[in-house]
Design a protein around this ligand. Structure first.
Ligand SMILES: [Zn+2]
Length: 243
């Protein structure tokens, strides 16, 4: 095991950045990549504002099927390890590209969801947001103006939430340890994140099932499942510094 790990303490600024690979271990269907949802369905019909404007019911029904599939999944040991570490260290920020809410379900707090959350509905007219986790099949329209609620996620053609992105950017810029899990680093802005962390001299660890085109930037690339590698990191890296 790598013995070059930096010294850390309970106040070290640590960022976990998670992507589709993290959720795939919980059985969440992936969107991009081989076997992903966008190989079966045309995103232009289901995952953009234009499609929603044309046929909101069709788009909402599609996402409610996604919600049912996600609701049947539970956090894996990787999510649980991160939640555990967040309780032990004071400055852990979790940034995710995932929209499934599994980090919250594992007990983590203050997640920066770059692509929004499948569990929230939003009225574009009123900017009204509502949590639909327990009643997405019943509540489909805004209680104020009766317009259809779109899932509060980043569709194709949508801009990222500026406030969330800014917080993520700042957290990475100030990070001393940056750990990327299950992300290929191809989708913007994920591709820039390790560079940003590096610019502050952060120690960067990549956890993935295979190497990526960004692997050479990282100080350590660890190949394997998120659940297994995070457990190892817990014992070999983090535990040494918990007093
Ligand atoms: Zn409304």
């Amino acid at each position: 095991m790598n013995t070059q790990y930096p010294e850390i303490n309970k106040k070290t600024n640590i960022v976990f950045f998670t992507g589709a690979g993290m959720s795939a271990e919980s059985g969440i269907p992936t969107y991009r990549g081989s076997g992903g949802i966008w190989h079966k369905y045309n995103w232009e019909e289901y995952a953009c504002q234009d499609a929603f404007n044309i046929d909101p019911q069709k788009v909402v029904n599609f996402h409610n099927i996604r919600r049912e599939k996600v609701a049947a999944c539970v956090p894996n040991s990787g999510h649980v390890t991160i939640a555990d570490l967040q309780n032990k260290f004071e400055n852990i920020t979790i940034i995710t590209q995932n929209i499934d809410g599994l980090h919250q379900l594992a007990g983590s707090k203050d997640i920066l969801e770059l692509h929004g959350s499948l569990w929230w509905g939003r009225c574009k007219k009123c900017n009204f947001n509502i949590n639909l986790r327990n009643n997405f099949n019943e509540i489909k329209k805004c209680s104020k103006c009766s317009r259809w609620l779109r899932p509060n996620i980043t569709w194709f053609g949508d801009a990222l939430d500026v406030a969330v992105f800014q917080k993520a950017h700042n957290a990475i810029l100030n990070s001393e340890v940056f750990i990327s899990i299950g992300t290929s680093g191809i989708v913007h802005p994920a591709a820039e994140f390790p560079y940003l962390a590096k610019s502050n001299g952060a120690y960067c660890i990549e956890v993935n099932l295979e190497t990526t085109r960004l692997s050479s930037i990282y100080d350590s690339t660890q190949i394997g499942s998120a659940g297994k590698i995070l457990k190892e990191l817990h014992h070999t890296f983090f535990d040494r510094f918990i007093k």
